[in-house]
Write a protein that binds this ligand. Structure first.
Ligand code: XMP
Length: 497
């Protein structure tokens, strides 16, 4: 019944996730017996196979901290100066809380002129020098500032004096316990320095405790050997990226992702060798690739992981603009088949819009899925919510969109310094999805049910069943795809009696 993968994927067609469907197999274990633990790269292990994309509307400190806290990992984008990117990595690693506020400091003689100065935080901290490494004197609550008639008044005249902080090493549960007893609105978390100084690195509000307390719990967080969250960093392949790499390593990046839309290039191979030479202990992920030939070149150059996908992302126009790419199901299967021979884990990057796509990507040979649009629009994604047509949305843009390239991301799409910028991505918005801390656990539970239907209790077992031909697939006709989705209903409105 059905086709083994080797036959289905060798007929000259480029299949997307939606084109193919697995035939169910045999269940002899409960859903909770399914383990989704996996590897991002040769030496980086994760409890769940989820990775957030290195895009400036997806992964900064808050997303990186959230992804690590639930057992995945975030890859911090590099569409920003090297020192800023290093700062984002440091911030995500500076505490054990699954989100990160933008912390702003003022000196006592400063004024706060606009509400925007508060960024995402409910308060601004006042320190002796107005900078992060200086004695904390107190804070200004946004609600207090809003009541001021004269916004030019110095903060020293109305700030709340307080020097209470909790150690940045506290877990979310520790902080929640403190706030429960203390009944304060929020508490700052500070890191101590050897010279006696301290720096406020994050804060937790009682609203956060209430919000997150009700979320389903996932497995173990992703931690590095020093106990900090695992955080990845993207970097390019230009000469200047070698200097950036140094900043990223100093900031504690646990893995680097060489970010190119077509990774099989002399530039990337040189960069892989450079990283391996300088930092033999640091895993380097190469890509993007979609063919066995591309993959083989990068494996030979020494990559510890491969990122797969070209033009499959929701904001991508590469296939239309450049006429190159591959259907993502075929790309993942082909690359993973080669990479498995060398023990190199594969990241299926782009095109994930439901938990079924996650099951397909992982069963076709990927060890993790990288997601952009699936995570954009969440409370942990950078940017602010806006209202459009009555819907709450956040901006999501391709790193090859003109808007993102104007900010600097053109390196991903241009091997040289071309004067004419050609967009390979678009700018859009995605609906508010709430917190990744809430919806990823649901997606993982759904993925476990998919694995159970396939009779696979782990990713490795799914890969083995696929390669041995036990798992069978078929191509879905257009009508079968319609049948597989919700169809034939008219909208049903509840009547108020
Ligand atoms: P999803 O489908 O998860 O895709 O939103 C995210 C992935 O898309 C890639 N990416 C791009 N590809 N033009 C492209 O062709 C772009 O502007 C662009 N921006 C991101 C990237 O691999 C990301 O992880």
């Amino acid at each position: 019944d059905g086709f083994p993968a080797t036959r289905l994927f060798n007929q000259g067609y480029s299949y997307t996730y939606d084109d193919v469907i697995f035939l169910p197999h045999y269940i002899d274990f409960p859903t909770d017996a399914v383990s989704l633990s996996t590897k991002l790269s040769r030496r980086v292990a994760l409890a769940i196979p989820c990775v957030s994309s290195p895009m400036d509307t997806v992964t900064e400190s808050s997303m990186a901290a959230a992804m690590a806290s639930i057992g995945g990992i975030g890859i911090v984008h590099y569409n920003t100066p090297a020192s800023d990117q290093a700062g984002l990595i440091r911030r995500a690693k500076s505490h054990k809380i699954p989100f990160s506020y933008d912390i702003v400091f003022k000196s006592p003689s400063d004024s706060i002129l606009s509400a925007d100065e508060f960024c995402s935080a409910p308060c601004i901290f006042v320190t002796e020098l107005g900078s992060e490494r200086s004695k904390c004197l107190g804070f200004v609550k946004k609600s207090d500032w809003e009541k001021l008639d004269d916004k030019e008044v110095r903060v020293s005249e109305y700030m709340t004096k307080s020097s209470i902080t909790l150690p940045a090493s506290y877990s979310f549960e520790d902080v929640a316990g403190y706030l429960g007893k203390d009944k304060s609105e929020f508490v700052p978390l500070a890191r101590d320095y050897e010279d006696g100084g301290e720096e406020i690195v994050n804060l937790v509000t009682s609203e956060d405790v209430e919000r997150i307390g009700g979320f389903p719990k996932l497995g173990l967080p992703s931690l590095s050997s020093d106990g900090t969250f695992l955080v990845g960093a993207a970097v390019g392949t230009r000469e200047s990226d070698k200097e950036r790499l140094e900043h990223l390593v100093k900031a504690g990046a646990n893995v680097v992702v060489l970010d190119s839309s077509q990774g099989n290039s002399i530039y990337q191979i040189e960069m892989i060798k450079h990283v391996k030479n300088l930092y033999p202990e640091l895993d380097v992920i190469g890509g993007n690739v979609v063919t066995a030939y591309q993959a083989q070149n990068l494996i030979q150059a020494g990559v510890d992981g491969l990122r797969v996908g070209m033009g499959s992302g929701s904001i991508c126009t590469t296939q239309e603009v450049c006429a190159v790419g591959r259907g993502q199901a075929t790309a993942v299967y082909k690359v993973a088949s080669i990479a498995a021979e060398s023990g190199v884990p594969v990241i299926a990057d782009g095109g994930i819009s439901n938990s079924g796509h996650i099951v397909k990507a992982l069963t076709l040979g990927a060890s993790t899925v990288m997601m952009g649009s699936f995570l954009a629009g969440s409370s942990e994604a950078p940017g602010i919510y806006e209202y459009q047509g009555g819907r709450r949305v956040k901006k999501y843009r391709g790193m090859g969109s003109l808007e993102a390239m104007t900010k600097g991301s053109d390196a991903r799409y241009l091997g040289d310094k071309s004067k004419l910028k050609i967009a390979q991505g678009v700018v859009g918005a995605v609906a508010d999805k709430g917190s990744v801390l809430k919806f990823i656990p649901y997606a993982m539970q759904a993925a476990k049910q998919g694995f159970q239907d396939l009779g696979a209790s782990s990713l490795q077992s799914a890969h083995d069943l696929l390669r041995s031909g036990v798992l069978r697939l078929e191509v879905r006709t257009g009508a079968a795809q319609v049948e597989g989705g919700v169809h034939g209903l008219v909208s049903y409105e509840k009547k108020a009696f």
